[in-house]
Design a protein around this ligand. Structure first.
Ligand SMILES: *Cc1c(COP(=O)(O)O)cnc(C)c1O
Length: 353
């Protein structure tokens, strides 16, 4: 398949790299590709970033058939472009596609198209410490039709956004709220897919948590409201008697690439890592007995996010001493150093564009 490039004659002004936020500024170009039953995936093109015009009856607007990915491009000291495990993102993209009856894409082709887009947009990858270019591949259902079924047409696009360092004021622990009233996903549902509806389902409880002064919601399983699943857009880890424990993938937890990286690094470093069911009651008991020394979340946006306070029902526990724990700091530094090319990639996780 040939990727065409439509040049833009008017380029945008670049933002001040020390003053970036998250997800507000987009680059000059985007990747687009379409699907229909006859041609399958076709017409891959890089063209100027532009609005998508659609009929008000377009299926994605009504029934939420949409999937996305999130990864980053990093600029190294030598001006190379690094991607972190991008093949895993496109593999997961196809797993999400299957879960939502969206036709799968050619993963290798998608990655090569992304690389071409990044080469064109190289100047948009910021170099200011901790910044990066966030990459958002998305597929939406585009049939103009109000009947309920899977769409017969789709748009696959990739947009790019220069983003700030996640921790401009330091690597500080966050406060999380365990909701006993709402669930994000259930086994057999879409929790394992990166799809818009999971986020829609998380907003109400997230809002309640924010109003009470908590940054994120820690979700319990959707069946028994007992076992810990994940936090907001992050997977969760605990350090218990010097073992690292994370909820086993249950069918309703998103399989994070950062989660998998932490598990693989822990194994490599000889740390005991356990994927298992862990209930919220057990966690609070472990805290009471002094066994719980650290908690942290993992995800592309923040890499590692130390957790300092957990509230469940009427109990609030403080984990650690108000600063990031030693495991969280070690994983954070190691993964960031790999991503920015500051250390040799002995894990085989970096793809240079
Ligand atoms: C994307 C995402 C994560 C983190 O996955 P990474 O691949 O590590 O970025 C965790 N939970 C949810 C719900 C997500 O959407």
């Amino acid at each position: 398949m040939r990727l065409s490039v439509v040049k833009s004659d008017k380029l945008k002004k670049h933002p001040d790299e020390s003053d970036l936020t998250f997800g507000t500024i987009f680059t000059d170009y985007m990747f687009n590709m379409d699907y229909n039953l006859k041609d399958k995936w076709h017409n891959p093109r890089i063209e100027p970033y532009q609005p998508i015009s659609m009929d008000p009856s377009t299926m994605v607007l009504h029934y939420g058939q949409s999937i996305f990915e999130g990864l980053k491009a990093f600029k190294t000291k030598t001006d190379a472009i690094n991607l972190f495990r991008p093949k895993d993102n496109f593999k997961r993209f196809n797993r999400s596609a299957r879960a939502l009856c969206i036709p799968e894409i050619d993963e290798d082709f998608a990655l090569s198209a992304l690389k071409q887009l990044l080469i064109i947009e190289k100047k948009w990858i910021p170099k200011y410490p901790g910044t990066s270019l966030y990459i958002r591949p998305t597929i939406i259902a585009t049939d103009p039709y109000l009947g309920v079924r899977a769409s017969n047409t789709y748009r696959f696009f990739i947009i790019l956004s220069p983003v700030a360092a996640y921790y401009p004021e330091g690597f500080n622990p966050v406060k999380i709220f365990v909701t006993k009233d709402y669930v994000r996903a259930v086994r057999g549902g879409l929790g394992e897919a990166k799809t818009s509806g999971n986020y829609a389902a998380s907003l109400y409880a997230g809002d309640l948590a924010n109003k009470m002064g908590y940054t994120q919601v820690l979700w319990l399983d959707g069946v028994e409201l007992k076992y810990i699943e994940e936090v907001g857009s992050m997977n969760i880890f605990f350090v218990i008697n010097n073992d690292i424990v994370t909820p086993a993938l249950s069918g309703s937890i998103l399989s994070g690439i950062t989660r998998d990286s932490v598990i693989k690094l822990a194994k490599k470093w000889g740390v005991n890592i356990v994927e298992r069911k862990i209930s919220i009651d057990e966690l609070f008991d472990l805290h009471k007995s002094g066994s719980l020394t650290e908690a942290f979340g993992t995800g592309t946006a923040a890499v590692i996010s130390p957790v300092g306070v957990i509230k469940y029902k009427d109990s609030i526990i403080n984990v650690g001493d108000g600063k990031s724990g030693k495991f969280a700091s070690k994983f954070y530094k190691f993964i960031m150093d790999l991503q920015y090319g500051n250390v040799p990639d002995n894990m085989g996780w970096i793809e240079t564009v």
